[in-house]
Write a protein that binds this ligand. Structure first.
Ligand SMILES: CSCCC(=O)C(=O)COP(=O)(O)O
Ligand SMILES: [Zn+2]
Length: 215
């Protein structure tokens, strides 16, 4: 079996950075990094742990179906199937899932439309969109409690080696060709969500003030 020390360290570094951002509230979140391609194998976070803690039991190696490849007491993330779909359906090298207040609020605000689109934002260059008229759209899917059903509805959005999908009132899953790219896209999404929510709340405040209502 291929050694996976380098992938372990890369994922551990990403986990530390996301923990520093406080993006693992209440044991939420799971991370995965590809180890092999044929056959597919990847490291994934162990289920139910406080991902802000860093231990030698943070990750386990799983196969294309998300089954442990080594003897372990650890359970792979409950949402491993989504990472499996990403590694089986694209050449992505890393897949990150976090719950933040901003991604949850955006998913609820635009959940009925099933998508949120950003344009006229410098940060869409994180998706390699360099033209002034470019836009990026992030699909929003229903939060099926049954993970195989959730994974089925997630699957059609794995069209490229990088991407992002919001799961309504749950969180976001972002993937990229490398750990660097996946983290860049995740941070860009969070920036765009926070910007949008801030602008919405200030615009509302501004229009209420204009209407003569004292806040
Ligand atoms: C309390 S978080 C609920 C489960 C979840 O959505 C999540 O991201 C963490 O699950 P895991 O099995 O990966 O720990
Ligand atoms: Zn989750």
């Amino acid at each position: 079996m291929k050694s996976y020390q380098a992938e372990w360290e890369e994922l551990a570094d990403i986990k530390r950075e996301l923990a520093d951002r406080d993006w693992f509230m209440g044991t939420s979140g799971n991370l995965a990094i590809r180890v092999g391609s044929s056959p597919v194998s990847f490291l994934v976070t162990a289920s139910g742990k406080d991902k802000r803690k860093h231990t030698k039991e943070d990750f386990l190696l799983v196969n294309a179906q998300g089954e442990a490849l080594e003897e372990t007491q650890l359970r792979p993330s409950a949402e491993t199937l989504l990472h499996s779909h990403i590694f089986n359906g694209s050449s992505a090298g890393c897949s990150l899932h976090v719950h933040t207040v901003a991604n949850n609020v955006i998913s609820e605000l635009y959940g009925d439309e099933g998508v949120i689109t950003f344009r006229n934002q410098e940060l869409i260059k994180a998706w390699d969109k360099w033209d002034e008229h470019d836009s990026i759209s992030i699909p929003i899917i229903h939060n099926h409690a049954h993970i195989p059903t959730l994974a089925d509805s997630f699957l059609p959005y794995i069209k490229e080696d990088k991407g992002a999908v919001l799961i309504r009132n749950h969180g976001i899953t972002v993937w990229g060709r490398t750990g660097f790219e996946a983290k860049k896209l995740l941070e860009a999404c969070e920036f765009l969500f926070q910007y949008h929510l801030t602008l919405l709340s200030l615009t509302t405040t501004k229009s209420i003030s204009k209407g003569g209502v004292k806040l």
